[in-house]
Design a protein around this ligand. Sequence first.
Ligand code: GUN
Ligand code: ZN
Length: 445
Amino acid sequence: FGPGRHALRGAMLSFHADPFLADPQSSYTHWPDALVVIEDGRIAEAGPYARLRGRVEGAMPLAHYPDALILPGFIDTHIHYPQTQMIGAFGEELLDWLNKYTYVAEQQFADRAHAEAVSGLFLRELLRAGTTTAAVYCTVHPQSVDAFFEASERFGTRMIAGKVMMDRNAPPALLDTAQSGYEESRALLEKWHGRGRQLYCVTPRFAATSTPAQLEAAARLWREHPGTYMQTHLSENLGEVGWVEGLFPACCDYFDVYRQAGLAGPRAIFAHGVHLSESELCACHADGVALAHCPTSNLFLGSGLFKLFEARRADRPVRVGLGTDIGGGTSFSPLQTLNEAYKVAALNRTRLTAAHAFYLATRGGAHALYLDDRLGAIEAGYEADLTVLDLHATPLLKFRMSHCADLMERLFVLMTLGDDRAVRATYVAGRPVYDRTLAQPFRYA
Ligand code: GUN
Ligand code: ZN
């Protein structure tokens, strides 16, 4: 954590409750002119500037952001760093897209230098988008994980990541075995989990590329190391659902494949969940797992429309975070991802309000990941990961903002028109790691 005491001044927004379960209008705190005091990488105090102005001592550095909004750093609950090089690959649905583009790109990560170069670029893209924490897939190669965590460590970001495990139905160069996948993952977990801010995630890609033996080995490793994460894909595409049901005839549905293997529980993150049944959603709720809603990917690959409000239904709410799913997804920007989430909700005849949306990208993501005691809000004691959005980032945004009646309209316009251009600055553990206005916008890497 960065040392010393400093502060940010500007409008601030932070959620303290879940707008899906309580009154959205009383789920957040908004101060039009706030002071956020940071000490040793954490938020020491946050409140109206008029009340806290006395905290600003003579030599204390103060960054003033007029025409901006200070938010908790965005949380991306599903993304693949090796797929940065193949965003926007044309014309296929999931299973053909994996074979034609994804598995080809991932083979390059046997090369440690390539993994290092892409890790650096990827982390800079996250920070430029205002994202400070993500659940990240590396590749099957252990060196892809070392390269990624080393890059994350240089920025000081809290990242959740792991080695992909696959022991069938993929090119031989990308396969491990139930045994080698377990051992290599365990060595990486022991090296990286809890080192600084890094968190390890056991990562069997999905049920179609892991044998039952590998799913069970993954579950054993996860169970043996409490506090670690597990991530995989679930019910994204109808062709995939049919394939998995054929591979696991003894299971009653797709989620049951993971449940029976021992891969369901707190800190399990399942990407997509587009085609889940009511009984699967009930099981997701009961097991405390998280779903990653990845609208740009689900639209780009033609996978389907995730039923966010069904998943979050108040009588059995499933934890849900927002995911970009690069490179099935088409933008690193959580703002652009929310823009598409709004449209997906609209096609489901529901309405994603700005309060629901910004909750999902901040505290909701932290809640999905069981990190809402330290991330996703601007409150005393929370880790000081912050995103500063510039309400005047483009001529159109500035003009449109001058016609907004209130905060919710400004937020909604930000997620409709905003993207990485709207991110004025990003703070990680209290340190300004990205400032869009500087000739050299990145620091500390
Ligand atoms: N299912 C299994 N692997 C992948 C992947 O890399 N991306 C997406 N979107 N779905 C998957
Ligand atoms: Zn994915």
